[in-house]
Each structure stands twice: as structure tokens, then as C-alpha cells.
Write a protein that binds this ligand. Structure first.
Ligand code: LP5
Ligand code: MN
Length: 240
């Protein structure tokens, strides 16, 4: 059997080709898998499970149908959709996981995470992250009317885009020491994450052992996934 891992689709109403690509991915690939892991930034932004956007229903229906075919679906939050809650997860037939999780996929132990927590050189982002992950701030945001939440989200997206233009590529990549510390803490040979949009498999030696860091690609003009089988872990790309 196969386990599939995806992240950074940034699904949104303005880019229907990505949604179509995802629906095809479900019908042609995920339906043959035993498990599907979604490692965040699945949606371009998420302002609450009560958002009635038609896209959310289309995606939930597709995932629910997939789960009813026997495929187990898991979700880790990204920095765009960290407010996705239990209600929507239930609608999709998927299980929410903590931000870092060791999985047993096709007999292989792999650490999975969104990847933003490894970008420790981006101190502005890490401060911002701490604030928006504060429970009472989230509760206050979710209490606001949807129209206000939407306005704030759009301002935040614009603020993020302009902040990113001032940052170097190196600052927005993972910090090597954070990667090494994470491998030492979780003791897996492999980790898979997204967020940086720099698809690759990196190998590194830590304490005499070889470790692998798989990075998923964002779904801009093609799909990207890690395909895990009992004897292989590979990064694949496919057209929409
Ligand atoms: O997302 P991306 O790829 O542009 O950049 C990320 C980091 N940016 C973010 C911000 C998100 O894009 C915003 C998503 C909105 C979610 C929905 C609303 C939920 C609100 C909940 C409130 C409780 O994550 C970016 C990183 C980059 O990845 C690479 O790692 O650098 O980090 C930033 O841009 C943070 C900035 O450095 C500092 C914060 C700017 C935010 C602007 C605030 C404006 C607020 C106005 C509100 C009234
Ligand atoms: Mn991200």
C-alpha cells in the first residue's frame, strides 16, 4: 500500500485550477492509498469553520467521500489555516494532529510537520506566530463577525506579502540547527515538511547517522506529494 503526504495547496476561489488538480489527485491517486496526510496551508487562509464559502463544501465533500472509501485522512495546521477546527475536520472525515507528529507509514517511522517552526531565523514571523497561537486572541478573532474577520485576514495576507519582500531567501528557509535539534529530539531517520516551497530531499549526517529531510512543493502550477511505500519514500510531481 501507499501513504501520500501533501501540503501548501493554498486552495482558493480565485485559482480553480488548483482545486481541479486536487480533485483529480483524489480520484486518480489518493483513492488507491491507505492514508493521506495534509501538512497545512491546504487553504490560502482560514477564518473559521463557519465560513460558508462554496469551496469549503466542495473540498469537504471530496475528502469525506475519500474517507468513506477507507482512506485515513490526517491534517496538521499550517500558518494560513491554523484556525481550521474540529467541526470542519469532521465534515471532511479527517483527524486533526498536533503540530509535530511521528507517523508509522507503510512500516516507516517519519516525523511530519508544517515546517514554519523550523524557520527560527525569521524572528518577526516567530513573534507573530506566538501571538496568533494565543488561545484568547484566537477566541476573540473567531467571535468577530465573518465580514470583519475576512477584512483582517486580507490585511494580514497583504502585510505578510510586503514583509516577505524585505526578507532574504535565507531568513525564510529552515535553520539547520533547528533541523538537527528536531532530529535529535524525535530520533527518526526521516522528516517531511512543507512551508518553504523548496521541494527537495536533503540528507544530513548527525551523530554518525544519515537523516533525510523531505520538503514538499507548493501547488502553484503542478501538484507535489511524497509517496511512501514499504521500500521507498519519493517526492513526486504531477500536472493538474
Ligand atoms: O503566508 P506567507 O507565505 O505569505 O508567509 C508566511 C508568514 N506569514 C504569515 C501570515 C499569513 O500569511 C496570514 C494568514 C492569515 C490567516 C487567516 C487569519 C487568521 C487570523 C487569526 C488571528 C488570531 O504566516 C511570513 C513568513 C513566511 O511565511 C516565510 O516563513 O515570513 O511571516 C510574516 O509575514 C510575519 C511578518 O514578518 C510579521 C507580521 C505581518 C502581519 C501583518 C499584520 C497586519 C495586521 C492587520 C490586522 C488588523
Ligand atoms: Mn506555510
Amino acid at each position: 500500500m501507499t501513504t501520500l503526504v501533501i501540503a501548501d495547496l493554498h486552495l482558493n476561489e480565485q485559482e480553480p485550477a488548483i482545486t481541479a488538480g486536487f480533485l483529480r489527485f483524489i480520484q486518480e491517486q489518493a483513492v488507491h492509498a491507505s492514508q493521506l496526510y495534509i501538512l497545512g496551508d491546504f487553504f490560502d487562509y482560514w477564518i473559521g469553520d463557519d465560513d460558508p464559502a462554496p469551496l469549503h463544501k466542495t473540498v469537504a465533500d471530496a475528502l469525506k467521500a475519500l474517507s468513506e472509501c477507507g482512506v485515513k485522512i490526517f491534517f496538521i495546521h499550517g500558518n494560513r489555516d491554523f484556525l481550521l477546527g474540529k467541526r470542519y475536520a469532521k465534515q471532511c472525515g479527517m483527524t486533526l494532529l498536533p503540530q509535530t507528529q511521528i507517523i508509522e507509514a507503510e512500516g516507516q517511522r517519519i516525523l511530519i510537520l508544517h515546517g514554519d517552526t523550523l524557520c527560527t531565523d525569521d524572528t518577526d514571523y516567530q513573534h507573530y506566530r506566538k501571538r496568533v497561537h494565543t488561545k484568547w486572541i484566537q477566541r476573540l478573532f473567531l467571535w468577530l463577525p465573518l465580514s470583519v474577520r475576512l477584512k483582517i485576514a486580507k490585511k494580514m495576507r497583504a502585510g505578510s506579502q510586503s514583509a516577505n519582500q524585505q526578507k532574504t531567501q535565507a531568513i525564510m528557509d529552515v535553520n539547520q540547527n533547528a533541523v538537527i535539534d528536531t532530529f535529535r529530539q524525535y530520533k527518526t531517520q526521516w522528516m517531511i515538511h512543507g512551508h518553504t516551497h523548496r521541494p527537495a530531499v536533503h540528507d544530513l549526517r548527525i551523530d554518525g547517522e544519515t537523516h533525510f529531510r523531505g520538503v514538499l512543493g507548493a501547488w502553484h502550477s503542478q501538484g507535489s506529494a511524497f509517496k511512501i511505500t514499504p521500500d521507498d519514500i519519493s517526492l513526486i510531481f504531477f500536472p493538474f
